[in-house]
Design a protein around this ligand. Structure first.
Ligand SMILES: NC(=O)c1ccc[n+]([C@@H]2O[C@H](COP(=O)([O-])OP(=O)(O)OC[C@H]3O[C@@H](n4cnc5c(N)ncnc54)[C@H](OP(=O)(O)O)[C@@H]3O)[C@@H](O)[C@H]2O)c1
Length: 328
């Protein structure tokens, strides 16, 4: 069992704790909140022995091996660095950090301290993503791809009322691309690698971040279009069009269904397998395995994906003068 502690008390932290429990690889030993009452409530619900309201103190606890961070995006870096410097592995929620400079510094710190740093991104660890990767050659030469993650956020209602919730704020490194676009971006980077050119066409809100946008990734022989939005809703699936066939994914995350249409026979095949509702369990299992076996090859693959995704979102923001507060 790996001794786990958590930062943040939102619903996603509870989801992660439940997935970690389901994986049977972790023991929850501590929880952090800025307020003792919230930490105690979470600790009582999930049976953690220690509560913390001080990150430095938590980072020094000998009972913690890995820390899961689910605070607002702009806070990830400072918190992660504190844990890495104290030789704790870190699993940090997506988007891992605000920019690539932070990412490089954090990986350097992890290496210097002999620990690992992971971005918590649920879709690429799932059985269905693996199946998609394996079956992709059936589509033949890829000619176009469209990957939407377009989901109306109730927090946009607050923006319309003049408020600035964290995820719509430059102060907390928010916006549609870094919040939702990262899921299809991980699919694209995981399947096709780094694009040779990136162009982003956002709808920038009065808060300064992108409420929605169209991201164009240019690969050698095709374009991958990613649609992301927190201010509108889509019911369109993801599609990967090849000369021999088309893959249709119900969503970029979770990848619950994968259909393949053969261009010539017109036959349809379903490749996906049923996945656990708590699909974070797969990232919990994979990360635990890497930690246990010190699997440097798999770790480097994940690092490379995080780097590609963050390079793209940073470039996309720069093109449109979307600057986070930590960059000012
Ligand atoms: N993987 C997924 O499916 C998924 C889903 C949702 C969110 N996320 C990611 O999880 C992270 C948290 O998202 P969220 O919507 O829960 O964010 P949030 O509500 O803004 O904040 C999460 C927690 O961080 C703490 N916090 C709030 N403001 C803070 C501040 N200014 N400084 C330090 N800590 C603060 C709070 O815990 P305390 O008050 O207890 O300290 C809060 O519960 C984000 O990075 C998001 O992208 C991932």
């Amino acid at each position: 069992m790996i001794n786990l502690a958590t930062v943040g008390t939102g619903w996603i932290t509870e989801s992660f704790i439940e997935a970690a429990k389901l994986s049977e690889k972790y023991k929850l030993t501590g929880v952090y909140s800025r307020t003792a009452e919230k930490a105690q409530k979470l600790a009582d619900t999930y049976g953690a022995e220690n509560i913390f309201t001080d990150i430095e103190e938590m980072a020094k606890s000998p009972e913690i091996e890995v820390v899961y961070i689910a605070s607002p995006n702009s806070v990830h870096f400072e918190q992660a660095l504190t844990f890495l410097k104290n030789k704790k592995h870190v699993i940090c929620e997506k988007p891992i950090f605000s920019n690539t400079a932070e990412l490089e510094e954090a990986y350097r710190t992890a290496d210097e301290n002999g620990v690992y740093l992971f971005e918590a991104i649920r879709n690429i660890h799932t059985p269905n993503f693996r199946i998609l990767k394996e079956k992709l050659p059936l589509a033949g030469k890829i000619r176009s791809t469209i990957l939407p993650y377009v989901q109306y956020s109730s927090r946009y209602d607050l923006v319309l009322q003049g408020e600035e919730p964290n995820i719509f704020s430059t102060k907390y490194s928010g916006g549609a691309l870094v919040d939702l676009g990262v899921y299809p971006l991980y699919v694209a980077a995981g399947l096709f690698g780094e694009p040779k050119k990136v162009t982003y066409h956002p709808v920038v809100l009065q808060t300064g971040v992108d409420g929605s946008g169209t991201l164009v990734l240019e690969y050698d022989e095709f374009i991958c279009t990613i649609l992301c939005s927190k201010i509108s809703h889509s019911v369109s699936p993801c599609e990967i069009h090849g000369e021999k066939g088309t893959f249709v994914l119900e969503n970029a995350a979770p990848i619950s269904e994968i259909k393949f249409y053969d261009s010539h026979t017109k036959e349809r095949e379903i490749f996906s397998v049923p996945q656990k509702d708590k699909d974070m369990v797969y990232e919990c299992i994979n990360i635990a395995e890497i930690l246990k076996t010190k699997n440097q090859i798999e770790y480097e693959k994940l690092k490379e994906l995080s780097k590609i995704v963050l390079r793209i979102t940073e470039e996309a923001r720069k093109q449109n003068n979307i600057i986070f507060a930590v960059e000012k």
